[in-house]
Design a protein around this ligand. Structure first.
Ligand SMILES: Nc1ncnc2c1ncn2[C@@H]1O[C@H](COP(=O)(O)OP(=O)(O)O)[C@@H](O)[C@H]1O
Ligand SMILES: [Mg+2]
Length: 328
């Protein structure tokens, strides 16, 4: 079966004002089939959101591609202008449900106008001219599907809505054109637990109704991914350090970082009812410098002296990929 998304050795960097190169994503490769849900987890600053921009082909300075390729249904997203990507790829082929719905919505426009713009831009790029009336009808039908208070939401400005209504509006708008691949970048962070559940349910309603079927779900909550994803990739310092099925990664992690991440989450889970952000002793290394040897060595409980010298490559361990010479 052909792949809907193919990512080949993708590396991305930022160029800071001081001319410093920050290697935020290094040599990431994976493929996705239609209907697959991939979870990506890792601490803050590991390159998850940067990877998302790369997967949309959206390179806005200071972010640049260093190398590699991203193909959606066989079509490369590399070497294209942001205008081309916005017109022909975003919302239609790849769509992102962003972190922080508030910033994603233009505060001066009503939800129905923001959504109508997305549809109008799309129909214009297809050389079609849909009437305003038809656009609103399609919008209303779609928002009704979610069991939302459609009239109220569509006729409100973002500020007039609750955090949950705003996030659901963002999800509604970003999936309006039935994109082939949906990327949800920590869609529930900054929401309270009740609203988080509503948002997760909405995403699953959309999957069930076949509005979209292929999704990348990014979160730093591994336990949530266990219920949601088929496959899981763990990111550390810009690299995939483990990649396998959800069951393999969550129930039988093999990379010391995945184990630490799971341990931190489970202990936070049992000590208090609501989960706390992950805490593992120490911090990820700076991506502004070249890193010798294993990137996790400084924090790894089972590091050996040679780990700080030897570059680690992904290899198959226990049926999944692990970036650790000593994993078994
Ligand atoms: N505009 C930027 N300029 C320079 N470095 C950046 C910029 N944005 C992010 N970074 C760096 O890129 C790395 C990855 O960040 P990000 O992709 O946001 O991680 P995550 O989403 O996993 O928290 C971090 O080290 C971050 O400091
Ligand atoms: Mg992020």
């Amino acid at each position: 079966m052909s792949h809907i998304l193919e990512v080949k050795d993708l590396s991305l960097h930022y160029l800071t004002r001081f001319g410093q190169k920050v290697s935020a994503v290094t040599d990431v490769s994976f493929t996705m089939k239609q209907g697959e849900i991939l979870g990506i987890a890792g601490e803050s600053g590991c390159g998850k959101s940067t990877l998302v921009n790369g997967l949309m082909g959206l390179f806005i300075p200071p972010l640049y591609p260093t190398g590699g390729d991203v193909l959606v249904s066989g079509e490369s997203l590399m070497n294209r202008t942001p205008q081309d990507i916005r017109k022909n790829i975003l919302s239609q082929k790849v769509s992102m449900i962003p972190q922080g719905a508030f910033n994603a919505l233009n505060p001066t426009r009503k939800i129905k106008d923001i959504a109508a713009d997305v549809m109008a831009a799309h129909s214009a790029s297809q050389g079609k001219n849909i009437s305003k009336h038809d656009i609103y009808k399609r919008l209303k039908d779609r928002f009704d599907l979610f069991g939302m208070e459609t009239e109220h939401i569509l006729n409100s400005f973002p500020i007039q809505l609750t955090a949950g209504e705003r996030q659901r509006s963002v999800i509604g708008i970003s999936t309006l054109l039935n994109p082939k691949v949906v990327i949800a970048d920590e869609p529930t962070s900054a929401l309270d637990v009740t609203t988080q559940k509503v948002v997760i349910k909405m995403i699953f309603d959309l999957l069930e109704k076949n509005i979209f079927s292929t999704m990348i779900f990014i979160t730093h909550e591994l336990p949530l991914l266990r219920h949601v994803a088929h496959n899981i990739a763990i990111m550390y310092a810009g690299e995939f350090v483990e990649y396998g099925t959800a069951v393999q990664v969550v129930h039988d992690p093999r990379h010391p970082y995945t184990k630490a991440l799971m341990g931190a989450m489970l202990s936070a889970d049992s000590e208090q009812k609501n989960r706390k952000p992950t805490t593992i002793e120490g911090a990820p290394p700076s991506l502004a410098k070249k890193i010798e040897g294993c990137r996790f060595a400084d924090r790894c409980p089972s590091a050996r002296p040679e780990c700080k010298k030897n570059t680690q490559n992904l290899k198959t361990v226990g049926g999944r990929l692990v970036r650790c010479d000593y994993a078994e």
